[in-house]
Design a protein around this ligand. Structure first.
Ligand code: HSE
Length: 404
């Protein structure tokens, strides 16, 4: 019998217990032994529920119990998760986690400890919820040089963008719905400001480069400035607005960014709706591929965690995970990256167009029927640095969204 401990009985933790109980028979067959949840660590008691008898409040009880072979960290946040995970690994216990903040910040160190101890630190659920993406990048695609990863990596914001687009729904109302459905982070600003997606693309970038991609180096812009007017411009252009997290190879460097983008109908990410996530991966041999599925929520995320538990249980003395070193990868300067920009301008098109074309080159004008005091335009491909320098000369510019 393999004893495990679950740290945190929130949305994902209760999902992990549910997945193990529901699929008990098949999971045990796959492991070749019985998995047994010995402890659930939480501050609360859960009286009258089946988990009540498993609840403990002191981590020492878990870390000092030699019977516990696998620790499941689903608390979220950096502390005390980091201390508990590190101590578990140092005590020779494999760890499965869904905690992207922890993996993005301390992954290199925790992976090194696991390797040294010949145990596992697995984190499939940290990116893309239930979608398998860590193992494909770390194993199946290691014959390729990955040239691009572009993902819709945050379910909350994709849910919000979808509702705003399809139902003209109000930003605050759709955020509340996403929270009620258990998609959002404890502090939903991590979702809407793009920080959650940023940590996820940092993890994927670290895997494909083998070096630490520091999330703090990634330019990150959330969806808080996206209004129904922006969505109406997108509709007028036959596009949708999506929060994209991407990483592109540029020579020896990678460039990474998290920002709302206009996505055209032809792009595979255009049709990714609601809480679903999708990760577009381009390999130099593979060509284009897409990984699609439920990116947030209790059972999809728990499914990925339990997959890691099974992997750890089947490989008690063998490190199975994707690693990267603590050497920092230098990212390409954002100013040097190139793309097209959609720009909204206050004023009259006939008065401003010539000056805009002198500055930006050819532009495609977009107008909304009910907006007489402003118009929009799309630039040709140019660098972020050039865009910023030129836009600084036009105080009439009120908003810019990048075009994928
Ligand atoms: N808050 C995250 C999301 C949960 O909405 O995608 C999954 O990481």
């Amino acid at each position: 019998m393999i004893k495990i401990a679950v740290l945190g009985y929130g949305t994902v933790g209760s999902g992990v217990v549910e997945v193990i109980q529901t699929n008990q028979k098949v999971i045990n067959e796959r492991v070749g032994e019985e998995l047994d949840i010995k402890y659930v660590l939480d501050l609360r008691e859960f009286p009258g529920t089946p988990v009540e008898k498993l609840i403990v409040h002191d981590f020492e009880q878990i870390v000092n119990d030699e019977e516990v072979k696998i620790v499941v960290e689903v608390m979220g946040g950096i502390e005390p998760a980091y201390t508990f995970v590190k101590r578990s690994l140092l005590a020779g216990k494999s760890v499965a986690t869904s905690n992207k903040a922890l993996v993005a910040k301390h992954g290199a160190e925790l992976l090194a400890i696991a390797k040294e101890k010949n145990i596992n630190f697995l984190y499939e659920a940290s990116v893309g919820g239930g979608i398998p993406i860590i193992r494909p990048l770390a194993a199946a695609l290691t014959g390729d040089v990955i040239e691009e990863i572009t993902g819709i990596l945050n379910g909350t914001t994709n849910y919000m963008m979808t509702k705003m687009y399809n139902e003209n729904a109000d930003y605050d109302a759709v955020l509340k719905e996403a929270q009620a459905r258990g998609y959002a982070e404890r502090d939903p600003s991590a979702d809407v400001e793009g920080h959650d997606a940023c940590r996820k693309i940092a993890i994927l970038s670290s895997i494909i480069s083998g070096k630490l991609v520091d999330f703090e180096d990634i330019y990150t812009e959330g969806i808080t400035k996206i209004s129904l007017d922006d969505i109406n411009y997108a509709k007028a252009m036959g596009m949708k607005i999506k929060l994209l997290a991407s990483c592109n190879r540029s020579g020896d460097k990678l460039c990474a960014i998290v920002a709302p983008h206009l996505v055209a109908k032809e792009h595979p990410l255009y049709n990714i709706e609601d809480v679903f996530n999708a990760i577009f991966v381009k390999g130099n041999m593979l060509g284009d591929s897409m990984f699609y599925g439920s990116g947030a929520g209790k059972l999809p995320t728990a499914s990925a965690v339990v997959g890691d538990i099974v992997e750890a249980a089947k490989n008690p003395n063998r490190s199975m995970m994707a690693t990267w070193t603590s050497e920092k990868l230098e990212l390409e300067e954002k100013a040097d990256t190139t793309k097209r920009f959609f720009v909204r301008v206050k004023g009259n098109e006939t008065e401003l167009k010539d000056a805009l074309e002198v500055a930006f080159g050819t532009i495609e004008v977009v107008k909304l029927e009910d907006k007489n005091d402003e118009f929009g335009f799309v630039t040709e491909v140019m660098s972020e640095g050039a865009y910023e320098a030129i836009a600084a000369g036009f105080p009439q510019i009120c908003h810019m969204i990048r075009v994928k």
